[in-house]
Ligand binder design. Structure first.
Ligand SMILES: *Cc1c(COP(=O)(O)O)cnc(C)c1O
Length: 231
């Protein structure tokens, strides 16, 4: 079975990268990015033990999540509009990964408060400062840090990035290292432990693991080619 073979290869590649980097086995979470793929495909991965899945569109995720067994966990990895925050929180994602502005973080905190819950989020950083992309610039994040950490109904778990695509996976290494460096800086400022770094996709996840990723988001290398684009 194609998906199960691919999963086995990816798990082995993650384990090898953990060893190369001197990191403990099992320190990286494999998020299977199932966007655009039907529940039938996702079930193949599930039967092979995969439990953590990523979707980038809220509407699509809302259609699939109830169809999958309840012990799956889901991350929303795509951009979230402020008018959909309530729906996203009610949907019960384990993590909302791509929080890209203070305004969005404020809105998640406020609505989480109303719902009597806590928004578990990552902050998306535009590490290579591409103008067309979402995310905090590194300096912008440092500037907004006091306001972000003061929000009462947020659990800011760490940082994520989607660097500009490069032909050679090594091309993403500086961006991954920059995200790790920024997390270290923020940890030093306090008060949050920021345990998670979500970085690395099908093309470059081993490099990301070497640079400290705790979550890798892998889609096409598991499920095959998508017929419509990611964002
Ligand atoms: C689609 C997507 C991925 C997975 O991309 P692949 O190259 O298919 O592994 C990872 N992260 C985000 C935010 C995505 O939208």
């Amino acid at each position: 079975m194609y998906i199960q073979d691919q999963l086995a290869e990816i798990r082995a590649a993650i384990a090898a990268a953990e060893r190369r980097a001197g990191r403990p086995a099992g320190s990286v979470q494999l998020l299977a990015v199932s966007k655009t793929f039907p529940v039938e495909d996702i079930m193949h991965a599930y039967r092979d033990g995969q439990r953590d899945f990523g979707e980038n569109r809220l509407q699509e995720a809302m259609g699939k999540m109830p169809e999958m067994p309840a012990d799956c966990t889901w991350h929303l990895i795509g951009p979230l509009q402020r008018n959909k925050v309530r729906k996203a929180l009610e949907q019960g994602f384990a993590l909302i990964e791509a929080v890209d502005s203070l305004r969005l973080a404020e809105s998640i905190s406020r609505i989480a408060g109303e719902l009597g819950t806590t928004g578990r989020i990552l902050l998306e950083v535009n590490v290579d400062a591409e103008e067309s992309k979402h995310g905090f610039t590194p300096q912008g994040l440092l500037d907004d840090w006091p306001a972000l950490t003061a929000l009462p109904h947020l659990d800011i778990r760490g940082l994520m990035c989607i660097p500009a695509p490069t032909e050679d996976p090594e091309g993403a290494r500086p961006a991954f290292a920059a995200l790790r460096g920024l997390a270290e800086k923020l940890r030093a400022i306090g008060p949050l432990p920021l345990p998670e770094l979500s970085m690395g996709m099908s093309h470059d996840f081993p490099v990301a693991v070497e640079e400290g990723a705790t979550i890798v988001r892998v889609g096409s290398a598991i499920f095959g080619r998508r017929t419509y684009p990611a964002r």
